[in-house]
Design a protein around this ligand. Structure first.
Ligand code: ATP
Ligand code: MG
Length: 585
């Protein structure tokens, strides 16, 4: 009876998947032109996360773009950690990021790369800039530097230290490295143009003094290079051809180019910017996600309500669905604010064909089948998927007491109601037609039990002389297994929680984003492995929790996404009751 549910075949086929349909976008057009003109013979990209948090759905867009281009052009894509901010970075994050990239179905070229691999080279290039009179050691405090920088409408002013000699700069820079000065006492700045209309070119800081333990270089360095300086050189050292980043770096591109134009390096990657993905009803900022975790608003980075890859995975989202989402939203320079519904649709469509279907009751109402006769009233076998006989089938046991969904019974039904009512009939999915003969209430008048009778002539055939349209799901009380089911709603009540000037995003947290219910599931789920996904008929797609579900002992399922239609297909499947209780419960 407790037959094992087959593993949906699509689970294993994530790596090297064939792209569905290639969507042409401006970055592909640029690459095509580069290849046609012979500027490049191959495509080398990189995905450069900072290991200061878990990846989120926005990063997934960038992962799919960078690794996807490398795959489509048969080039290479590096995974490079931008680890230049030692205080905020940890190996926990770096490990989680690698796991996420692989889970999404991608593999980086060669070893994982780290910006810190290049600390020595970066230092040498800094000395080269000093020797060329293109960098100087500055003694201004951060406040003074800000005052000297000017504004968008006013040019900056030269620092009094800007004209130090090459010898003095070299000496000071070496002593910065040797640890002679306290944190923040001096910086190394590129000597570009304090009057530039682009503030990024007003002598940007390229090195700072910071005594912080680094996850890879330990205490070897007390000076750390700044992101803008590090990124372009790391790209060039790796022979990146196209360096893709989000639009906020557009104004940094002149600095990217300036650095590479003024050091002795042969490679000059092209920086190309695209718009960030923003999703309605959530936040995609690592800082804010971190706040949700550290302040306990969610259970962790992998809380299934989080837009992190770890969270989405735990909730039951599939890599195929996320990749399809990335394909659908496209790549451009225009605003990319997308409704959560687009992501959910991609997940639902993917699960539709690959999730085995079973029955579960999440808000149980007891039904006693008064004319149930053990030995006469038969179990019935049912396929796990109407279109995939290869998923196999299981026995659906029946017993004198069964559970149905509270919502499938109404004393005063609205018009068009096709579920159970007093005196009415309904079909139990894969089983008999039953009639509700009696409604049992408790002292407070609440319906606590229905007493129904089976029409024994209706197993696998229509009742004679009358039509019974409604079909409801159910489980046999004697055989059902208790399961904890977690129902999720959006984490925020506002489409743009961080889009309000005078209100904190935390004010928009949805207090009903998690509801935990004690449910009953078919015995076929007894040995379901963590992370296996199922359709609970009429209720949605559910995933055995990756962390807390224990096959055979403690069953925990997360609702991944609801079904759009209560009954998608199947012989006993009229378009029926709408079990979706999406919001505003
Ligand atoms: P956050 O603002 O969440 O901290 P970040 O840009 O600082 O994000 P990184 O670790 O530097 O995070 O990001 C790695 C890569 O992912 C970068 O190339 C970045 O441009 C890209 N990326 C980050 N967020 C998004 C997003 N919302 N949409 C598309 N790409 C993104
Ligand atoms: Mg960043």
């Amino acid at each position: 009876m407790s037959e094992k549910i087959p593993v949906p075949p699509a689970r294993a086929e994530t790596r090297g998947y064939p792209p569905k349909v290639l969507v042409q976008h401006f970055i592909r057009s640029l690459i095509d032109a580069d290849l046609a003109a012979g500027r490049h013979t191959t495509v080398v990209t990189r995905f450069p996360p900072e290991p200061n948090g878990y990846l989120h759905i926005g990063h997934a867009k960038s992962v799919c773009l960078n690794f996807g281009l490398a795959r489509d052009y048969q080039g290479r894509c590096n995974l490079r950690f931008d680890d230049t901010n030692p205080e905020k970075e940890s190996t926990e994050y770096a490990d989680a990021i690698q796991e996420d990239v692989r889970w999404l179905g991608f593999q980086w070229d060669g070893e994982v790369k780290w910006a810190s691999d290049y600390f020595q080279a970066l230092y040498a290039y800094a000395e080269e800039l000093i020797e060329k009179g293109l960098a100087y050691v500055d003694d201004l405090s951060p406040e003074e530097m800000r005052a000297y920088r000017g504004t968008l409408t006013e040019p900056g002013r030269d620092s009094p230290w800007r004209d130090r000699s090459v010898e003095e700069n070299l000496d000071l820079f070496r002593r910065m490295r040797a640890g002679e000065f306290p944190d923040g006492a001096k910086t190394l700045r590129a000597r570009i143009d304090m009057a530039s209309p682009n503030i990024n070119l007003r002598d940007p800081v390229i090195y700072r003094i910071k005594r912080a333990h680094h996850i890879r270089t330990g205490d070897a360095w007390v000076i750390y290079p700044m992101y803008d300086y590090t990124h372009c050189i790391s790209d060039a050292l790796e022979g990146i051809t196209h360096s893709l980043c989000t639009l906020e770096f557009e104004d940094h591109r002149p600095l990217y180019d300036w650095v590479l134009d003024h050091i002795s390096i042969d490679c000059h990657p092209q920086q190309i910017e695209f718009s960030r993905l923003e999703l309605h009803y959530t936040v995609t900022s690592k800082r804010k996600l971190n706040q949700l975790v550290t302040q306990g608003f969610v259970s962790g980075w992998d809380d299934p309500r989080m837009p992190t890859i770890h969270g989405m995975r735990r909730r039951g989202y599939t890599p195929e669905g996320i990749r399809e989402f990335a394909r659908r939203i496209g790549v451009s320079k225009s605003e990319n604010v997308v409704d959560m519904g687009v992501l959910e649709a991609c997940i639902r469509e993917d699960l539709e064909a690959k999730a085995p279907r079973v029955m579960a009751v999440i808000r149980p109402l007891k039904v006693t089948l008064t004319n149930f006769e053990a030995g006469v009233t038969a179990n019935r076998s049912a396929g796990f998927h109407p279109n995939h006989p290869e998923f196999g089938e299981r026995e659906v046991p029946i017993s004198r007491e069964i559970w149905i969904e509270q919502d499938d019974f109404a004393i005063d039904p609205p018009e068009g109601w096709q579920r159970l009512t007093p005196g009415g009939e309904v079909r139990l999915r894969y089983s008999y037609v039953i009639r509700c003969d009696e409604v049992v209430r408790d002292a407070a008048g609440r319906v606590v039990e229905l007493r129904c009778s089976i029409d024994h002539d209706t197993l696998g055939q229509n009742p004679k002389g009358r039509k019974v349209k409604g079909v409801i799901h159910w489980v046999a009380a004697e055989h059902a297994l208790a399961a904890e089911v977690r129902l999720y709603d959006r984490l925020f009540t506002d489409p743009e929680p961080d889009g309000h000037k005078d209100r904190d995003f935390l004010e928009f947290l949805n207090p009903h984003s998690l509801e935990t219910v004690q449910a009953w599931v078919e015995p076929a789920l007894r040995d379901a492995l963590p992370e296996l996904r199922y359709q609970f008929e009429r209720l949605g797609y559910f995933c055995a929790d990756r962390c807390e579900h224990q096959p055979g002992s403690r069953l925990v399922f997360n609702r991944t996404v609801m079904l759009k239609d209560s009954w998608a297909s199947g012989s006993e499947a009229p378009k029926g009751p709408h079990m979706d209780q999406q919001r505003g419960r």
